[in-house]
Design a binder for this molecule. Structure first.
Ligand code: ZN
Ligand code: ZN
Length: 358
């Protein structure tokens, strides 16, 4: 049982003004209870920690969730919950609004009436933003696995190689070394496709002179990693390729340099974006500068212009500006960075000079 996390969720319950909370998203469920199964709901209040799950997971839950009472769901978890709640005084219950479907929410509201349901998902998600040492270790391990995969396979990015075949080789390499799965569908975007910020590997063959944006991550111990490098395939760089690469690299460094406790996430975005805007490419950088990484590959804090979050020691974020020129190609560079008391600790070790190799 992770007493510290349960203490913090109880604090969040208090702050949200609810009497108990239902945790249904896989990330928060695992974070608070240790449960790695794919079906179940937590009920947490000042007095109780329960996991409602079906017969497939009862034994596993008993092993994984010390400190939780495991309740076997017979028909639906909503019915089981209703039976439990009937003996409680929980007039207001928090739930995860962006996770429950509308249909499930309606069923829940009807079954629990007159209980008032409050969406407190963002408060729950915030609990995961600051990582402990164990979590940082797992993320670091994933980051280094991808660094190793890239070092081994980068030379195989050659003219004639199909994007999808490269992503398959990369994924096989990572899975063989203990990766549970990829953090998301691997992006291999070559040539003009590199102008697509989310160009998932396709049937296109890589060509000489292409910029190739490779964006991938592996999940290790439940924790995601995230990585992007842009490489030039067997050619001297064209002037525009070299220019946007240098701008993105400078922007990324400016963003990383800003990372420290007390800095607003929006300031990191502004630092990176400023470099790209000053070089005249502002309109070609249409996404946020980075995001938190953890049990979810995209989580708090969000490093974007509209973010109101403030960095704290122990947060783990990506810094990943890019420039995407429609019809030509694009560049993105992404590292994973830990917010430390004395500044940024960059976990990613892969060099960033891939445009300049002979
Ligand atoms: Zn990312
Ligand atoms: Zn990425």
């Amino acid at each position: 049982m992770n007493g510290e996390r349960l203490k913090r969720v109880r604090q969040a319950i208090k702050e949200a003004g609810v009497d108990a909370v239902l945790v249904s998203s896989p990330e928060n469920r695992r974070y608070l209870s240790g449960f790695t199964g794919t079906s179940g709901v937590l009920l947490i209040s000042a007095e109780e920690n329960r996991l409602l799950t079906d017969f497939r997971y009862v034994e596993q839950a008993g092993r994984e969730c010390a400190g939780f009472e495991i309740v076997r769901v017979e028909k639906t978890w909503v019915q089981t919950l209703r039976d439990i709640i009937a003996f409680r005084s929980y007039p207001r219950i928090g739930f995860e609004g962006s996770h429950l479907t509308y249909r499930l929410y309606s069923t829940l509201a009807e079954a629990l009436a007159p209980v008032q349901l409050e969406d407190i998902k963002s408060g729950l998600d915030r609990l995961r933003a600051v990582k402990d040492n164990e979590e940082i270790k797992l993320i670091h391990r994933g980051v280094l696995m991808v660094d190793e995969a890239f070092a081994q396979l980068c030379e195989t990015i050659r003219p004639g190689v199909v994007e999808r075949d490269f992503s398959l080789a990369l994924e096989a390499f990572l899975r063989q070394r203990g990766g549970e799965r990829m953090s998301f569908d691997t992006i291999v975007a070559s040539g003009t496709r590199a102008a697509l910020p989310h160009g998932v590997a396709s049937d296109k063959a890589i060509e000489s002179g292409d910029l190739v944006v490779l964006d991938c991550g592996v999940v290790y111990g439940g924790y995601a990693s995230d990585f992007t490098r842009t490489i030039l395939v067997e050619a001297e760089p064209a002037t525009w390729q070299e220019e946007i690469y240098r701008v993105v690299l400078a922007a990324q460094q400016a963003g990383i340099d800003k990372v420290r406790p007390g800095v607003r996430a929006a300031e990191v975005d502004a630092a990176a974006r400023g470099v790209i805007e000053d070089a005249g490419y502002g309109e070609y950088f249409g996404h946020g500068t980075g995001h938190g990484v953890g049990l979810n590959v995209h989580e708090a804090p969000h490093l974007s212009a509209s973010s109101e979050e403030v960095l704290e020691a122990g947060m783990v974020v990506t810094v990943e500006p890019g420039i995407y020129l429609p019809g030509k190609g694009g560049v993105r560079i992404e590292d994973v960075v830990v917010v430390r008391d004395d500044g940024p600790e960059v976990l990613t070790t892969t060099p960033k000079n891939y445009l300049f190799r002979a």
